[in-house]
Design a protein around this ligand. Structure first.
Ligand code: NAP
Ligand code: ZN
Length: 348
């Protein structure tokens, strides 16, 4: 068993501190990844602060992992030492159920094993990407195209796939009008992907402070949701609303912005229950839906699409000593647009 250095929270809400962790012995299908960069997803904060229910501590968060393969198990066929790879939110699934066979491992009937705050099928607790190394089955690694630098690719492993998946599924493309709510880590990638897919994109942000960035990322318009007139002006405008907000929203107001037959898809995951009036859906035969990350084949498709269309995350690269401060800034919507940890600084 070898060891590596990682950032760990000892208890719920505790500060992240450098610590030494064990790495499992290599199984036949395992690769060792020397992690270069790890993105900070708002989901990391929800879990470290135990906002989604009981979590496992000590916790090493991180499911936006980009690095280089440094060792391979005896049976590994897909990767070799030196390959550039990423790992997202999952590290194992049964591989046999209808969803695994269909490349939707996130719906594995046995339960997908999450990258951290989870338990492997062997009962061992999983540890995430705020770490210098990780051991993972080659089945849950994806190839990072050469056109993408590792630092700006890392956030694609969660924020990228979580927005790409519903945009594809709900038909964002030429002739559709898409609104992205919340211009944070997920939202800014949602704007870039929706625009690259050919949709006409509008950003709905709390204020106008990020307007210039919205337009730079490919949106044609940006509106402040704190201004009640926005909801009057935009009534009945959109085919699809992608909600990436980490807090609860007044759903009825947002549903009124959909055209008849339109859909509002939620990826933002606040802990409190949301409410809406049935008539907000019935009047225009509208849909209110959710979307959960994406499977491994689609994650590879998303990375290849990103490389082809020049899509990368806008990042603020930080050292390990700035992670706790970064958490507060994310919660205050003060990130442009994803913090990425340079893992070489952990414990340095
Ligand atoms: P983030 O970077 O903090 O972005 C969230 C954005 O929402 C903020 O930048 C802000 O945008 C807006 N916002 C924040 N608080 C708000 C409030 N009280 N009212 C209105 N708008 C508010 O977070 P993220 O990393 O993108 O994650 C967003 C959410 O998605 C989190 O809840 C996360 O857990 C969840 N998530 C879900 C999945 C999934 O599979 N479904 C995967 C990953 C993450 P503006 O400044 O533009 O208003
Ligand atoms: Zn995430």
């Amino acid at each position: 068993m070898s060891r590596t250095t990682a950032l760990s929270a000892a208890t719920a809400g505790a500060a992240l501190e450098a610590t030494s962790i064990e790495l499992r012995d290599l199984r036949d299908d395992d690769i060792v990844i020397d992690i270069a960069f790890a993105g900070i997803c708002h989901s990391d904060i929800h879990q470290v602060r135990e906002e989604w229910g009981t979590a496992i501590f000590p916790m090493v968060p991180g499911h936006e992992i980009a690095g280089v393969v440094s060792e391979v198990g005896n049976g590994v066929t897909r990767y070799k030492v030196g390959d550039r790879v990423g790992v997202g939110c999952m590290v194992d699934s049964c591989g046999e159920c209808e969803y695994c066979k269909d490349g939707q491992e996130q719906f594995c009937t046995k339960g997908a094993v999450m990258t951290y705050n989870g338990k492997g099928y062997d009962g061992e607790e999983t540890k995430g990407g705020y770490s210098q190394q990780v051991v993972v089955s080659e089945r849950f690694a994806v190839r990072i195209p050469d056109a993408l630098e590792l630092d700006v690719a890392a956030p694609l492993l969660c924020a990228g796939i979580t927005t790409f998946n519903p945009l594809k599924r709900w038909g964002a493309g030429p002739g559709t009008k898409v609104a992205v709510v919340g211009l944070g880590g997920l939202g800014h990638l949602g704007v870039k992907f929706a625009a690259a897919l050919g949709a006409e994109v509008t950003v709905l942000s709390q204020t106008t402070s990020k307007e210039a960035d919205s337009l730079k990322f490919g949106a044609v318009a940006h509106h402040a949701t704190k201004d009640p007139e926005t909801f009057e002006k935009l009534r009945g405008s959109f085919d699809l609303i992608l909600n990436t907000v980490s807090a609860n929203l007044p759903f009825d107001d947002y549903l009124s912005l959909l055209k008849p037959n339109g859909a509002m898809v939620n990826v933002g995951a606040p802990s409190d229950p949301s409410t809406f009036a049935a008539f907000s859906l019935i009047g225009g035969s509208k849909a209110l839906a959710g979307s959960n990350i994406g499977g491994i084949p689609q994650t590879q498709e998303m990375l290849d699409f990103a490389a082809e269309h020049g899509i990368a995350a806008e990042i603020e690269k930080i050292g390990a000593d700035k992670v706790n401060e970064a958490y507060d800034r994310v919660v205050n919507s003060d990130v442009r647009y994803r913090f990425v940890i340079d893992t070489a600084t952990i414990g340095a």
